[in-house]
Design a protein. Sequence first.
Length: 116
Amino acid sequence: MSRNPYFFLLAFARIESETTRFNRNPYQVGYWLRNWAAKGVLQGLSGLLLARPRDYSPQMVEQLYVWVRRVLKEAGREDLPVVANVDFGHTSPQLTLPLGARVRLDPAAGRVTVWP
C-alpha cells in the first residue's frame, strides 16, 4: 500500500483497515500498524476505522483490539479516535466508504458519519 503515491494523501485524513481470509491473525494487523507508525503515518492521522473482522472468534477480536491499543500506545497516539467493528470491506452487510468523502468519527457513540 505504501508504494502508492496517493497513500499518504489519504492516510493523513483517515485510514480504513479490514481483515480478510489472507491475514487472519490479529498480530498481523498489529504489525501493519507498527509499520505505519515507523513511517510516521499514525502521527498524521485524524482517525482510524476498523472493519468488523470476518470469521474472527470473540477471542481473536479481543486480541485484535489489544494489538491496536498496544501499538497506539507505543506510537504515542492513545488520543487517536478509533471506531471499530464497522461493516465495510469483506463483511455482510457491507457499507461503501467513498474515497475522498469527509468523515466524522464519534467513538463514544460508535458512530461514523460520511458526506461528500
